[in-house]
Design a protein around this ligand. Structure first.
Ligand SMILES: C[S@@+](CC[C@H](N)C(=O)[O-])C[C@H]1O[C@@H](n2cnc3c(N)ncnc32)[C@H](O)[C@@H]1O
Length: 221
């Protein structure tokens, strides 16, 4: 059974041994006066907890993991990765207003997360080269995001990224993304649930490079 932690103050919660802010926490209320995220980055989304459970169960993280979190928002999954041994973690988001929330949560957990303000479609091969694991929670919620992320996955794998793990409640654009990526990469799409901080279920899409023949086909496409 998990260890019981005494929370240092109200309106925090502990999940997978990291501390996160509830929306009614006094610091969130203060941050909201100055920074208003505008692409749904206004809270920690529960797909982050699916990722944490998957990483723990499948022992995804290594001491050599260099992690890029796409659409990091308040950075819960990034913080989990850094707390659980990843060598380096960068949170990427198109919306700079999410980073102050990420910074407060990172400080609360005594970790450092690098920040990158960028859209998925603007990542270059040189940037992909700095990472061996790309992750993302609740980032594929519009049809055009599925198209953008499919192209990004292709470019990341061609640049040498070894693994991409995405979590989602199971929205249609995410399921479409899984289908499309399976045309050029090795894909596992699994239903997953988590009981911490409460019951939640969804899907984990785990993507790895295809074998050489299929990879050559993807490059030519
Ligand atoms: C639903 S929130 C999920 C946040 C976080 N992953 C979580 O689970 O709490 C989606 C995040 O993706 C970001 N986002 C949306 N479109 C993006 C894009 N094209 N490039 C980078 N980030 C994007 C938003 O700013 C937002 O922070």
């Amino acid at each position: 059974m998990p260890e019981v932690f005494e929370l240092p103050e109200d309106n925090l919660f502990n999940v997978f041994n990291i501390l996160l802010l509830e929306n009614k926490h006094r610091l969130v209320k203060q941050l909201k006066k100055c920074y208003e995220p505008n692409v749904h980055g206004h809270k920690t989304w529960s797909s982050s907890f699916l990722l944490m459970d998957y990483f723990q169960t499948e022992q995804v993280l290594k001491r050599t993991s260099k992690v890029l979190e796409l659409g990091c928002g308040w950075g819960a999954a990034s913080i989990y990765c850094k707390k659980n041994g990843a060598e380096k973690v960068t949170g990427l988001d198109i919306d700079e207003n999410v980073f102050p929330y990420l910074e407060v949560q990172a400080a609360l957990n005594d970790v450092k997360i690098e920040e990158l303000k960028r859209s998925y479609d603007k990542l270059t091969a040189r940037q992909f080269n700095q990472f061996n694991l790309i992750i993302g929670a609740d980032i594929c919620f519009w049809d055009d995001l599925a198209v953008m992320l499919e192209k990004m996955v292709k470019r990341a794998l061609n640049a040498g990224v070894k693994r991409i793990v995405l979590a989602d409640p199971g929205r249609q654009p995410f399921l479409d993304l899984a289908e499309r990526v399976s045309g050029f990469a090795k894909v596992s799409l699994r239903e997953w649930y988590v009981c911490d901080p409460e019951y939640y279920d969804g899907y984990i899409l785990d993507i790895r490079p295809a074998k050489a023949k299929a990879k050559a086909k993807a490059k030519a496409a």
